[in-house]
Design a protein around this ligand. Sequence first.
Ligand SMILES: Cc1cc2nc3c(=O)[nH]c(=O)nc-3n(C[C@H](O)[C@H](O)[C@H](O)COP(=O)(O)O)c2cc1C
Length: 302
Amino acid sequence: MAVITGFTGSPALPVIERDNCTECGLCTRVCKSETLTMVKGQVEINPASTLGCIGCGQCMMVCPAGCLTVEGRGVSPQDLINIPGPELRATPGQLEALLLSRRSIREFDEREVSREVIDKIINMASSAPMGIPPSDVEILVLQGREKVQAFAEDMVQSIVRSKRFINRFTLPLMRPFIGKEAYDLFMSFVIPVFEAFPRLRREGIDWLLYDAPLAMLFHSSPYADPVDSTVAATYAMIAGESLGLGSCMIGTISPVLKYDRKVKSKWGIPLKNQLGIVVIFGYPDVRYQSAIRRRFRKVVFA
Ligand SMILES: Cc1cc2nc3c(=O)[nH]c(=O)nc-3n(C[C@H](O)[C@H](O)[C@H](O)COP(=O)(O)O)c2cc1C
């Protein structure tokens, strides 16, 4: 039995080239699906393991003799690439500088984002971890202001439709079912912004996607871990930052789009897919004079 994902229900297949295997056992240490195990000093492949080979590829990446290959579930030995040398890696100081310099950017200059840069973002973000390989994350890329605005218009109309069901009058009736916290959030945030989006759009202000030249909606198959697409989106943001772009996560889209089958279909999003988050990108039109030290609400060392 293999772990079923949106991609496949079949296990991957590890193959050991016995002539070169030194039986060091490293592959069995990194394999946590119990597909590769050490039996009497020899690496054994157990096709009937608990999860089946999920195709994470860790065994072929760790094998010092290069005698282990994994094929299937979208992975193959052709995917192996050299690990970038230490001189190419960001130091902790460089990484902290990048993270501290990032701001949510909502003011963009006129420049569009080229296809080459978009491909770099996607390529870097695709290195993000996922609950179970292979990645079930999908990205809807809205390249160019025209596309982004067409999507923004659809979403504002969707928000207008959702207001028929969720508004200042219906919400008090829903309170016993949705709980205090959700009620507070809706009353103090969701309803006011849902009222503002269409009003501002009529005034020519895009308060939803901020006239960005690029937007990406990260979503995933219903089999994926619900946070997979948000993890990938976070990687994409950081990738964008390294490429000189500003970005901002937009959380207001998914909760509305989730219930709008028509708009989902129009933009090619499978109806059953889980919606993660939208990230907008563009070249910043503002320069910040300082960064800010933020803190988590609570950190407990148990
Ligand atoms: C999950 C998530 C959803 C967000 N949604 C929105 C949004 O819909 N609109 C917006 O303008 N900013 C949105 N933001 C950006 C936050 O407002 C921003 O991260 C926060 O104000 C801190 O600012 P900073 O990113 O510059 O540190 C979102 C951020 C996250 C992480």
